[in-house]
Structure formats: structure tokens, C-alpha cells
Design a protein around this ligand. Sequence first.
Ligand SMILES: *Cc1c(COP(=O)(O)O)cnc(C)c1O
Length: 398
Amino acid sequence: MKMKKSSIATRAIHGKKLYPYKGPVATPIYQTSTYRFENSNDAVRYAQGDPSVYVYSRYHNPSVEDVEEKLAALYDADASVLFSSGMAAISTAILSIVKAGDEIISTPMLYGGTYRFFRDVLPLFNVSVKYVDGKQLSDLSMLVTPRTKLFYCESPTNPTVELIDLYRAIAEVKRAGKKSGARIRTMIDNTFASCLHQAPFDIGFDIVVESATKYIGGHSDLLAGAVIGTKIDMKQVRQIAKYLGGCADPFAAFLLSRSLKTFELRVQKQTENAMALARVLEKQKNVLRVLYPGLTSHPQHAIAKKQMSGFGAMVLIEVKGGVQGAAMVCDSLNVAVNAMSLGGVETLVSIPVYSSHINMSESELKQHGVTPGMIRISVGVEGIDDLISDFLQAIKKL
Ligand SMILES: *Cc1c(COP(=O)(O)O)cnc(C)c1O
């Protein structure tokens, strides 16, 4: 059976193990650090690249490989590498591409950890990051030099749920690369949309990174990350991963494999709930702004329709009363949980200026479009009527 023909749900449940595969239905947990050799020649066979020989779980582990195969199938890609967290995946993927003296061009609206990695860590290794406004992608050609190795972005963005026009970004990168002679790779963090709603390889991206802690895990009970791409790129990522050591743990892999069985059901329901909640919140006078790509009021709704097959389950609202107002709403919720992170079956709320964007300067907040009254909502799978009444009673208190 050709993987391309089967649905996301089928691929998430079965990976490539369709008929006539014989074996356990649930992925066993290979909770082992090392593997017994049949004889000493196994070490030689491993060194020669024999995939049937296992040697050490930082290099490979069957439970981890099961998830890697499923994620590759979900993205219709050659391969993927699973990591202990999204940040391990992102940092390793980037370090597999850049070296001292190289430059990265990125949009500034990024997950806080990625932004700080770019700002505080990469310069220590003489890798610089230049920012291009996601709404002014034509500026890219002015920023590209022969040392530019990577274009990086996130869409929808964290926490403002704005969009980068991904087709436009790819076209601008190609144009700028041709002009400068630089070979620029393209990488996207697909965490917010997930593979259910956005297929970056079809748009032209080379590498996808994702925090599997979020929608793939989906139950707020594990940390994991993934890099997905071509065989050649993933070979390089795996090589660097071996020495940076951010390998995934077999038990987390088991949980991920279990989570993937309900991936489509969960994210579909979360998306439906998000749309319904966003529509109600938009009508409340104490809510100054609702940003959700599925609303026709979203300034980039047309871009969302072009590049996404669904609108996801992240909603941003701005309430009256600044950060005190936002805190009052978050502290008054009974169903939604006031906690960081996103993507789980439970609705989570967080205040960006108290979490991802804490300790950022006024100008950084402005660059990121973050204001004190903002609340980021990761919509879960609870009954929609319970969610709506919970938010309405909390917002009434303003
Ligand atoms: C959470 C998150 C990350 C980091 O993932 P971890 O699993 O927490 O390391 C990266 N990008 C985005 C968009 C995220 O939401």
C-alpha cells in the first residue's frame, strides 16, 4: 500500500506497518540502554551500516524508531529523528546546517526558547541571525549574503497567532538565493498547525521541526521533539544528535505512539472547539481583540485558507485592563487551566508577558506584537458549552 494514499489518521495509527506486518499491535517499550550482540562481528556489521544491528540507545532504539517512522509517514517525508524535547530537535537541526561564520535569516515571531537560542547562544559560536519582518518578506533580498545558510520561520506564530505567507517566503528565498549565489535551506517550526493542518514540504520547505510535547503528545504528560526531512538531511541531523545527546527516551516514545492513535480525532475536535470559542469571544465587549486564523476578521484569513487545511486550536485574545485584566480572567477560570504549554486535551491559558515573553524589553515586545492584556488560549477537547460558559463568567468579572 502506498503511504500517500492513506489518511492522516491511518498513517498515525499504523505507520508503515500495514498488512502483511505480523507482530504486537501496541509498540513494545524497549527500555534498554544497550543491546546484546550475537557475536563480536555484530559491531563490525553495525559500523558498516547494517540497520538490523542495534548497539546503543543514544544511537537508535526500536520504540523510538516506531515513532520516527510514523512521523515521517504523517509528513509524507523520507525520515525523521525523534528528540527528548522540541528545543533539542530545533537546536540540533540548526547546528546540523550552520557553522561558524554562517548567517540565518528568520522572522522575529518565534517560540521564546528558539528566540533566546538565536539571541543568546548562536552568537557564541559566531553564527548570526538577521530578522525579516514576516509582513515584509521582500526585504529578504537585502539581508541575504553569500554566507546565508538558512531561512527559519514559524507559522502560525507564537503567541500572536499571526501567519507568515509561506508560499511567498519560499519564493523570496529562492529569488534572493539566485541573486547572491547562496544555497539557502528552509526550515519551519510546524508545532502550532501540526501536520493535520499544514504540509510544509508541499509548500517547498526542506526541513520541518516540531515540539511533539504539544499536539503529537497531546496529553500534557511528556516532552519530545522531532525533525523531519529527506534521508540525506536526516542522516546529518542524526550524526549531530549522536554527540549532542538529546535522544528520545523509549517510554516517551511509547506514549507518543499511543497518542498518535487519537491524533486526528483530538486535533480535529480541538480545532472545532477553537472556532466556536473564538466566535463567542469576538462578541464580548470586554474582549478588545480575538486573533484566530479561522475568523474572517483575522487580518490574514486569506493566507490561512491558502496554506492551511484547517485553522488549528490556538486562539489569542486581548482583554480590557492590561495585565491585571488578563490575570483576573486567567485566575477566574474553572474549566480552563492556567498553565504554560499547549496542545493537550485540556484547555490551557497563559499570559505571554508573564510566560514566553517575560523579561523582554519594550522594543522586543513591540517587535513581537505582544501587549500586556493578551491571553493565549490552547483549546482542548472539553465540552464546548462548558468552555464557553467558563470564559464568559471569567470575562464578566473585568
Ligand atoms: C513548545 C514549543 C517549542 C519547544 O518545545 P519543547 O518540547 O518545550 O522543548 C518550540 N516551538 C514551539 C512553537 C513550541 O510551542
